[in-house]
Structure formats: C-alpha cells, structure tokens
Design a protein around this ligand. Structure first.
Ligand SMILES: [Zn+2]
Length: 311
C-alpha cells in the first residue's frame, strides 16, 4: 500500500466522538471533491475505506445518499467512483453547509467550523478526498490537491491557524487545480498526528531518524577519507625528503631527534602525526615541527641536485 493509502486507512479508523464533528468531516470530504456542485459530477479514489467513509459521512452528516461504482484510476489501478446522481440530493448537500451552488467562487464557510474539534475533523475529511503524501523514504511532501483557487487560499489560511501547531504550507498552481502542500518533515508529522494518523506520523519519524543516522555515517566516512588523503600526500612529501637526505648525506648526519623521526617515518609512511608522536614521546606539534625541518633539509638537497620540488 502507498504511504497515502496507509494514512487514509488509518484516518478512516478515527472515531468521530461528537455530532458537530460528523458534519464538519462530511463538509471537508465533499467540499474538496469535485462533487460539491449542482452539476452532475463524480470523483475517483483508489482508497476503498476513504470512498466508503465519504458515503457514510454524506448520509450521517447531511442525510444525503451517494452512489459508489467501481472504476479504474488514471494510474490504471482499481478505484471507486463516488457520485450524487440525484439533483435534489446535490442541492441538499450544498445547503447543509450554507452553500447554494450558484457562488462564483467556492470558499470555505467557517460557520460549521467554529469549534477546534470541527476544524480537525474538516481537515481530516478534506485529506481523505484530496490529500496525498509521498513515501518519506523518497521525499517529505504532503499535499491537498484543491480544484479551485480561492478554496486553496482558504485552506492555506486554515492550516496556518491550527492551535496545536502552526503549519506553514505553500500553494502552487497545478494542471487542473492547486496544491496546498507541506515540505518540512516535522510539520507533516504534526499534521498527521493532528488529523488522527499517529502511526503514519511515527513511521515518518522512524524513516527520518534512519536517514539522519545514515547521513551521519556518510559524512564521517567522507571526513575520515579526506583526512586520510591529506595524511598520505603529506607523508609522501616527507618520505621523499627523508629519502633524499638518506641517499646523499645519510640519516646518521642528522641530530638524533631528527634522525629517529626520519627513520620512523620511512618505516611507517601511513602513520599520523599523533601516532608518530606517541612512539617518540613527543607532542603532535613537536612531530610537525621536526618534519618541517626534515622537509626543508631534503628540499634543499634536492634543489642543489637540480630537482625543483618534491611531488
Ligand atoms: Zn466538533
């Protein structure tokens, strides 16, 4: 099942405790469908529980009976067509929520949404009809696909007013409508919990934690690899300088504190400065300082021999 399907199935299990919320969820589910009009129309969903709930809400919340048909979705998947074939039933549904069907602009009527509980139910109903969420393993994206511009604007405002948390959605025009969407994982999590899908919110949180842990490991590995490269190239220069000293004047001509380090470096080209220091009981910066001296000596010898630079 898709992540959207999981969310919707979970939302359809949410119990409606108050009669006021029954109407509000019905209003949300039908206002955002393409059936909230006097014209005959239908909306198609792949989610069987959502189609069933929309029908039940319609009967219980507005006393109107909808029809359900089998259909095929745009993605060629089994789907359900929800419709109100009877014109008087269509008018009754509109009237139940203060609409006439003759408005030039469809807007959200706030009258049935006075209580906070009803806003919650309304947004849940709307999500069942026009909501989708991308699999969090791919991206963080939750959206309401809204057929009309002003309706999208009203939904945008309403989402930003949720008392439990203030969502910060964005609106974009799409082919055939508008999308009101959230892209921030924390906000999506909050909204899912608020709507009544805490399991889906938990799943999203777990995916996010897993992704973050994986990123941390990658970042650490990259950091260590980069450091290792630096160690190797620095070591190659030092080794070349020490080899130049060894091949010309010999390491025995060096003062003992430099000679010991030179021999150790030749023997262990991949040791870090810290490790070299530990062997010689001197600090990392002490090692660094002595290696610089060896580099200078070696480079001077090579220069005299006409080799310009080491590596
Ligand atoms: Zn309510």
């Amino acid at each position: 099942m898709s992540f959207s399907g999981e969310i919707k199935a979970e939302l359809c299990g949410a119990e409606i405790k108050k009669p006021c919320c029954l109407g509000a969820e019905c209003y949300g589910a039908w206002l955002f469908s393409r059936c909230f009009t006097l014209r005959e129309s239908a909306w198609v969903t792949e989610c069987a529980p959502a189609a069933r709930r929309a029908m039940e809400l319609c009967a219980a919340g507005a006393g109107v009976s909808a029809q359900l048909y089998y259909a095929v979705s745009r993605r060629q998947k089994p789907a359900y067509r929800v419709t109100l074939p009877d014109p008087s039933e269509r008018a009754r549904l509109l009237e139940a929520f203060g609409h006439s069907g003759y408005e030039t602009n469809l807007r959200i009527n706030r009258a049935p949404l006075e209580e906070d509980c009803c806003v919650q139910a309304f947004l849940r109903g709307a999500f069942l009809t026009c909501g989708t969420a991308t699999d969090p393993r791919k991206a963080y994206h939750l959206e309401y696909a809204v057929p009309h511009k002003n309706l999208a604007g009203d939904l945008y405002t309403l989402l930003g007013e949720i008392p439990a948390f203030r969502a910060a959605p964005a609106v974009v025009q799409r082919k055939g409508g508008y999308a009101v969407y959230l892209k921030e994982s924390g906000q999506i999590e909050n909204l899912l919990t608020y709507l009544g899908a805490p399991q889906a919110a938990m799943e999203l949180m777990q995916v996010k934690m897993f992704k973050e842990a994986k990123n941390n490991i990658n970042r650490k590995t990259n950091f260590e690899t980069a450091n290792m490269d630096k160690t190797f190239s620095a070591s190659a220069r030092q080794t070349a300088a020490i080899a130049a000293i060894n091949d010309t004047v010999g390491l025995d001509t060096l003062p003992p504190h430099l000679g010991d380090l030179a021999r150790l470096r030749l023997q262990y080209p991949d040791m870090t400065l810290r490790e070299l220091g530990e062997r010689l009981h001197i600090s990392r910066s002490g090692v660094n300082h002595r290696l610089q001296r060896l580099l200078e000596l070696g480079e001077r010898i090579l220069e005299e021999k006409g080799v310009e630079n080491i590596l």
